[in-house]
Design a protein around this ligand. Structure first.
Ligand code: IPE
Ligand code: IPE
Ligand code: MG
Length: 250
C-alpha cells in the first residue's frame, strides 16, 4: 500500500510498455519446467494490470510472445499458446469488471486458430471499456511491424493516394500496428537483461527505460509503482538543456 501513496498521481505516464522476462529462469531456480514459470507469470500480469488501472495508467502494453519466440522448442511454444487461450478465457470477466479494454498487436494470423478466436472474442467483449487499454504484443516484433508499415506506405504511393512529401512522422505512426495508441513514456524490463529484443523500436524512441533484476513471476503492483516512482524522478529533456525546462519561455 505504501508504494501506491508514494506515486505522484499528477504525473502518471499514459502508456507503460513491459517486457515480461525471466519466467524460464524462475522455474529453473525452483527445479521445475519452463512452463511452470510461464504459469507463474500470470499472477504478475494480474497484479501489474490491477495496479496500473488503480493508479491511472491509460495504456499498458505487454510483450507476451515475440516473432523470435517461434524458434523455441515446439513443446514450449504449444504450452505458451495453451496458456494464452486459458488465461484470456479466464480473465475477460475481470477485465470487464475493471473496465479494461483488450487490444492485440503482432502477426495475429500466425497464432493457432483457437488462440485467434479466443483473442478476438475477448477483444470484442471488452471493446466498450474505457478505464484502461491492455495491449498484448503477440507474435510481435518491431522489425515485422516496420516492414508492414513500409509496404503499406509504398502501395499508397504507387496507387497515388499519397505523394512522397506526405511521408512524415504522423504517417509512419499511423501505419504501425499501434496507430492511435500514444507512445510509451516508460518501458520496463524484468530479469536483469538490458536489451529491447525487437520491441516497439519506433515507439520507444524517447521512452524512459527501467530495468529490474526481479524475474517476471515475482513482479507485483508494488514493483510497478517502484518503476513509476523512478520515472517520476527523472528529468525528460527531449534534447533541450535542463535550464530551458525550468525557464518560462523555452
Ligand atoms: C519471458 O520469459 C516469457 C516469454 C518470452 C514468452 P522467458 O521464457 O524468456 O524466461 P527466461 O528469459 O528464459 O528466463
Ligand atoms: C523478449 O524476451 C520477448 C518477450 C518477453 C515476449 P526473450 O526472452 O524472448 O528475449 P531475449 O531472447 O532474451 O532477447
Ligand atoms: Mg527471456
Amino acid at each position: 500500500m505504501a508504494k501506491f501513496e508514494e506515486v505522484n498521481k499528477k504525473t502518471i505516464p499514459k502508456h507503460v510498455a513491459i517486457i515480461m522476462d525471466g519466467n524460464g529462469r524462475w522455474a529453473k531456480q525452483k527445479g521445475r519446467l519452463r512452463i511452470f514459470g510461464h504459469k507463474g507469470g500470470v499472477k504478475a500480469v494480474q497484479s501489474t494490470i490491477e495496479g496500473a488501472a488503480k493508479v491511472g495508467v491509460k495504456y499498458v502494453t505487454l510483450y507476451a510472445f515475440s516473432t523470435e519466440n517461434w524458434n523455441r522448442p515446439k513443446f514450449e511454444v504449444n504450452a505458451l499458446m495453451d496458456l494464452l487461450v486459458d488465461t484470456i478465457k479466464k480473465e475477460v470477466k475481470t477485465l470487464n469488471k475493471n473496465k479494461i479494454r483488450l487490444q492485440a498487436i503482432g502477426d495475429l494470423d500466425s497464432l493457432p486458430k483457437r488462440a485467434q478466436e479466443k483473442l478476438q472474442s475477448a477483444i470484442d467483449e471488452t471493446a466498450s471499456n474505457d478505464h484502461m487499454t491492455l495491449v498484448l504484443a503477440l507474435s510481435y516484433s518491431a522489425k515485422w511491424e516496420m516492414i508492414n508499415a513500409v509496404k503499406s506506405i509504398a502501395s499508397k504511393l504507387k496507387e497515388g493516394s499519397i505523394s512522397d512529401h506526405e511521408i512524415n512522422e504522423e504517417l509512419i505512426d499511423n501505419s504501425l500496428s499501434t496507430a492511435g495508441i500514444p507512445n510509451p513514456e516508460l518501458m520496463i524490463r524484468t530479469s536483469g537483461e538490458h536489451r529491447i529484443s525487437n520491441f516497439l523500436l519506433w515507439q520507444l524512441a524517447y521512452a524512459e527505460l527501467y530495468f529490474t533484476p526481479k524475474l517476471w513471476p515475482d513482479f507485483r503492483d508494488e514493483d510497478f509503482y517502484d518503476a513509476l516512482i523512478s520515472f517520476q524522478n527523472r528529468e525528460r529533456r527531449f534534447g533541450k538543456t535542463s535550464e530551458q525546462l525550468t525557464e518560462k519561455n523555452n
